[in-house]
Design a protein around this ligand. Sequence first.
Ligand SMILES: Cc1cc2nc3c(=O)[nH]c(=O)nc-3n(C[C@H](O)[C@H](O)[C@H](O)COP(=O)(O)OP(=O)(O)OC[C@H]3O[C@@H](n4cnc5c(N)ncnc54)[C@H](O)[C@@H]3O)c2cc1C
Length: 415
Amino acid sequence: MDIETRGIVIIGGGPAGLAAAISAKESGAEDVLLIERDRILGGILNQCIHDGFGLHTFGSSLSGPEYAQRFIDRFLELGIDVMEEAIVLSLDKDRILSVSSRKGYQVIHADAVILAMGCRERTRGAISIPGTRPSGIYTAGAAQNLINLENIMVGKKVCILGSGDIGLIMARRMTLEGAHVEAVFELLPYSSGLPRNIQQCLNDYKIPLFLSTTVTNIHGKDRLEGISVAQVGQDRIPIPETERYVACDTLLLSVGLIPENDLSRETGVEMDNTTSGAVVDDSFMTNIPGIFACGNVLHVHDLVDWVSLEATQAGTFAASYVSARERKRTSASIPVIAGEGIRYTLPQKISGERDFTLSMRAISPWRDRFIVLEGNGTKEIKRKKMMRLHPAEMIRIDIKAKEISSFSTLEVRVE
Ligand SMILES: Cc1cc2nc3c(=O)[nH]c(=O)nc-3n(C[C@H](O)[C@H](O)[C@H](O)COP(=O)(O)OP(=O)(O)OC[C@H]3O[C@@H](n4cnc5c(N)ncnc54)[C@H](O)[C@@H]3O)c2cc1C
């Protein structure tokens, strides 16, 4: 079979893939190809018809499709090559991709690859809720897709498990579509959604949120008839005497997103067990030279604005990698350690040669704390006062190369 040679190939045409493609092209890469398995570009944003997107990037509150369209317009203006309804089936460490599309099966060798495949939702199977298997149980994203894109209403009396942003948005959406949302249940002692979504999606509609509570059983034969819920202890194990029955015909699960990294794993990309995404350096390059990652496939973002910002940088770095100057560059090696109170950092490794933004998440909600950055385990480099820390909100700190160039390790922690 013939192998086609291409410059930069981007896998996934959501906001990450679009921003990476645009910046790669604008940074001088001549040959950029974006491959998207769906029939249209825009990724998950196409089904997110509520507003609130783009406050940082454009200073206005756009719907998901409006936000995506701004990038699609620029993408088309630049004449970037795209294959839609085409799925990347495999990728190897020499950056050889196999692609299935309307044209048939193709093999492509890319000078650089940008992974931008987004994430998928955890399902009932992933959290092992016992009980019968009636209809009426959906992931929140699947319900969002059916309602917003297919015009199919999924139920009338609804319970939601999980108070992440997608669950909160769907509580409001179901209410606006005429359903009655009985309650949102959350396993953790705090919501994992943004505070503005708690206010706008639950409080404004008087939808109750029960914290430290989970679904313990599913009832119903053909269609869901009700669920059992119970409070959980600090160990997150249900307390039997608190179990109660809630009648409902629909249960939406919003219990986490999993970066879609099957391709990355097969390729031998080093993975971070905490983010479930690739380990990258401050140029968004993985351990495999010429393979970059950005967007939700790298780590799950709270705001799409950060996805676009990171992907723009990944596209620029991929463009400089394919220029002859950087072809032999390997991944950077100075480790960034997630210390006390920090769940993960991104990047996980840095070169010490360039300015970068350190993204991280706190492990629990706190008020009046400091984020402390330390070099070689002894020297304090930065201390930033945080009025509020919350696992749902990404912390981003800009770091200059000159601040860190003399260190062989960096550690960040909450104090
Ligand atoms: C159900 C759901 C609802 C969400 N709702 C909100 C919200 O309301 N507000 C908010 O700020 N954020 C929301 N998000 C987060 C949102 O996904 C991200 O902010 C953003 O869309 C991530 O961009 P991305 O490009 O990384 O991923 P995506 O938007 O998921 O795009 C990834 C693209 O890659 C394509 N792809 C994957 N694998 C392949 C392959 N092998 N070959 C070819 N193409 C492939 C997919 O088809 C998809 O188009 C939601 C996420 C989900 C999953």
